[in-house]
Design a protein around this ligand. Structure first.
Ligand code: SF4
Ligand code: SF4
Length: 133
C-alpha cells in the first residue's frame, strides 16, 4: 500500500501560506469554509475574504494568509488547492515543476528520485480517484 509519507510529510513550516496573494476559493471552498468557521457567509466574507469581481481569495495580514498562525487555523475548511499542495499534478509532466516545488516545500522527500516520486504520486492519485468516485 502506498503511503503519502513516502513522498511527503508536512513540516508545518508555513512557507506556502506566506506572500501577498493566496489561492482563490471556488464555490465549494467558500461553502466549506463558511461551515468550518460556523459564521454567516456575509461575516466570513467581510472578515476573511478579499473579493475582486468574481475572484475570492483569503485576506493577507502581515505578509501571510489571514488564517496562518503557527499553522493553518481553518484546516478542515481550507481551499482544495491548499489541501492539494504540494502534490500538484504538473509535477508529473515536467521535472522542472518538481524541482521548483521541491525547492519551496521542505516536506517533500528529498531522498527519492523524480521517477520514483512520480510513480508513487500516480499510485496515490489513483487511490484518491477510487475513493472519490
Ligand atoms: S511549504 Fe510544504 S512543508 Fe511547509 S507548510 Fe507548506 S506544505 Fe507543509
Ligand atoms: S487557508 Fe490555511 S493552508 Fe491555505 S494559505 Fe491559508 S493558512 Fe495556509
Amino acid at each position: 500500500m502506498t503511503d503519502l509519507k513516502e513522498i511527503f510529510e508536512c513540516t508545518r513550516c508555513g512557507y506556502c501560506c506566506q506572500g501577498e496573494t493566496t489561492v482563490s476559493l471556488d464555490e465549494n471552498d467558500q461553502k466549506r469554509m463558511v461551515e468550518a468557521l460556523g459564521l454567516p457567509e456575509a461575516e466570513v466574507s467581510k472578515k476573511y475574504w478579499r473579493v475582486t469581481g468574481n475572484v475570492v481569495q483569503m485576506k493577507i495580514v502581515d505578509g501571510h494568509c489571514i488564517f496562518y498562525e503557527d499553522g493553518c487555523t481553518v484546516h478542515s475548511g481550507r481551499p482544495w488547492r491548499c489541501a492539494e499542495w504540494p502534490l500538484h499534478p504538473s509535477i508529473l509532466s515536467d521535472s522542472d515543476n518538481f524541482e521548483t516545488i521541491r525547492e519551496s516545500c521542505p516536506g517533500i522527500n528529498r531522498q527519492i528520485s523524480y521517477a520514483d516520486f512520480c510513480r508513487l504520486l500516480k499510485k496515490l492519485m489513483a487511490i484518491q480517484a477510487k475513493i472519490h468516485c
